[in-house]
Design a protein around this ligand. Sequence first.
Ligand code: GRG
Length: 292
Amino acid sequence: MELKAYLKEKAMLVEERLSQLLPDVTVPPDVIHRAMRYSCLGGGKRLRAILAMEACRAVGKEDSQALEYACAIEMIHAYSLVHDDLPAMDNDDYRRGKLANHKVFGDGVAILAGDALLTLAFETLSRMKGPNCGLVIRLIQEVAVACGSQGLVGGQAVDLQSEGHEVDELTLEYIHRHKTGKLFLAALRGGALIGGANDQQLSAITLYGENLGLAFQITDDILDVAGDIAKLGKVTGADVRKGKSTYVTLLGLEEAKNQAVKCVEQCKRYADGLPNQNILAELAEYVVNRES
Ligand code: GRG
């Protein structure tokens, strides 16, 4: 099957399961459930979910075994986007081609919707049926560490502090390895653990994930200067307007592209060493060639 069709099919599976896991809008208090569903459903590439499922498949189990885990990761991703768009953070009005959560529901409800999505993600992890208790705890730990002050929150904190200053490449790398990279890593590593990865396979998946995260972020920076607003579903040029350093401002457009290509080469090397048929190598290509 062609990659695009395959990704669409997997994204639909994730969407369907997420819709079942999220409380219905008829469940009180309806405003919070409407806000949660608004930002968690009906958009997004579901890249992190697909990575979790592919990592599971790459080391030996059906990708469906990682579906619940993949949904928990997508809830956390949605939460991070809702909070990131708030006026006190990145202050963006649009996300995924529609108004940001706080523009529809107000800042207070948007904060609570994010909080509830994070909490529901951990509830979902704790209810997983397939993995044994020990593995469930390990998965919860992977996700918690990725999200905390030495993960996404840490990356976001340094990003906030850096606004309006020029930062060096090391700081920029810190921001992105944490703010963006850690959730990719948690998705991949958790999927691989569900798939029964041995230590060597888990470290290959980790190295794949580190390179993928970097390739993804460099591409994000390139899209912010050279992307198509209609395809991106948000405005371009936001980084420059906010005085943010990016891979493009630090390295220039051409060198940024070269670095992304190098990361993809590394990704392919690690993906090719995994035992079962998977699309991780193609996904790395997709990440740098994407338009949104
Ligand atoms: C602890 C989860 C958590 C968050 C609190 C707000 C915050 C701290 C962190 C922000 C993290 C953030 C917004 C990182 C940016 C990640 C990024 C590049 C998002 C876009 O990802 P895509 O392109 O989006 O995969 P879609 O819409 O396709 O899902």
